[in-house]
Design a protein around this ligand. Structure first.
Ligand SMILES: Cc1cc2nc3c(=O)[nH]c(=O)nc-3n(C[C@H](O)[C@H](O)[C@H](O)COP(=O)(O)OP(=O)(O)OC[C@H]3O[C@@H](n4cnc5c(N)ncnc54)[C@H](O)[C@@H]3O)c2cc1C
Length: 292
């Protein structure tokens, strides 16, 4: 398949890119890694009038430390950086673990985290990870800028809170609290496929080894990534042992109402959610315990 005809611009500065987006508004698309946009154009699911290629912009391919232990990731940081950048490996193990599940290495070499989030596929791993971590996104237009919390960012299937003139310029990951363990697990039919269901789990322990905070976020479980509040809440103050994890397994099956589609049924997804949640919680709690 070939895309419909389109114009192409390769701006040299962020301001120029934002001005172009402002001129064309909803008929323009930013091109980052092209790993989702180009296939969509080839299938003519997307027919932008103009592509604004971000790849000539300097200084946006960073992973760097922000204030108070935060980590900032620029619009052109590739999925590959999440696999191997020392800051991510050492300080954001959930992002690091999940990054290996995103597509194949060739796609991770080119695709960007910000492009992935802007694309907002509910089956994508990283939106669920951002939700679990409480990340926030920095959006700019030619004359505005704002931060958007992950929980407000994902609005629906391929739909975000970004306005037509806005670009996702960077995102910020908060520092993990002390004695925190994380785990990302998913099941896909083949390595590199989108998950039939995936869970991003975070567990913080108090001085007695009981759970002081639990977060559970899922991909492929709804039209957006979802947090499971009730199941996480029931773990507070408890040791996350086999019994607690089994109760969480039963609870999450009731709490989620995942879609029925060609990839798998609602009931199979509920079953998966239970098993993956139990395993992810036990692993996250064990990792938290190893932190002293
Ligand atoms: C075979 C295959 C398998 C894949 N498997 C997975 C998988 O298992 N899990 C997964 O999560 N993904 C998967 N993907 C998608 C991949 O992760 C993409 O890289 C990612 O979704 C999009 O990132 P990109 O940089 O390529 O964005 P692009 O394709 O360039 O853009 C995607 C969309 O985001 C917009 N956009 C890009 N950057 C910005 C920005 N900074 N601000 C605002 N809008 C922006 C574009 O205009 C476009 O609408 C797969 C892709 C392929 C081809």
């Amino acid at each position: 398949m070939k895309p419909a005809p389109f114009k192409y611009a390769a701006p040299r500065s962020l301001e120029e890119a934002l001005a172009l987006k402002s001129d064309y508004i909803d008929t323009a698309r930013f091109l980052a890694g092209g790993q989702s946009l180009v296939p969509a154009m080839n299938f003519r699911l997307a027919q932008p009038e103009i592509l604004i290629d971000l790849n000539c912009l300097d200084g946006l391919d960073y992973v760097r430390e922000g204030e108070a232990g935060t980590i900032r990731i620029g619009a052109l940081a590739r999925h590959r950086a999440l696999q191997y950048d020392p800051l991510i490996v050492e300080r954001q193990p959930l992002v690091n673990e999940a990054s290996f599940q995103v597509a194949h290495q060739q796609i991770r070499n080119r695709g960007t985290l910000c492009g992935n989030l802007a694309h907002a596929d509910p089956a994508s791993e990283m939106p669920a990870v951002m939700l679990a971590l409480g990340a926030r996104m920095y959006a700019r237009s030619v004359d505005t800028d704002r931060w958007i919390e992950a929980k407000a960012f994902f609005r629906g299937v391929f739909e975000t809170a970004l306005e037509d003139r806005e670009m996702l310029v960077e995102l910020e990951l908060p520092a993990l609290p002390a004695r925190t363990g994380t785990c990302f697990l998913e099941l896909a039919r083949r390595p590199g496929d989108y998950a039939m269901l995936g869970v991003a789990a975070m567990v913080a322990l108090d001085d007695e080894g009981a759970c002081s905070e639990a977060r559970l976020a899922y991909c492929s479980a709804a039209d957006t990534p979802v947090r499971a509040g009730e199941t996480a809440q029931m773990l507070l103050g408890r040791r996350i042992d086999e019994k607690a994890a089994q109760e969480a397994e039963a609870s999450i099956r009731d709490e989620l109402d995942p879609p029925n589609n060609v990839h798998c049924s609602n009931s199979y997804r509920r079953q998966l959610a239970g098993v993956l949640t139990r395993r992810a919680l036990l692993t996250a709690a064990r990792r938290a315990g190893k932190q002293g």
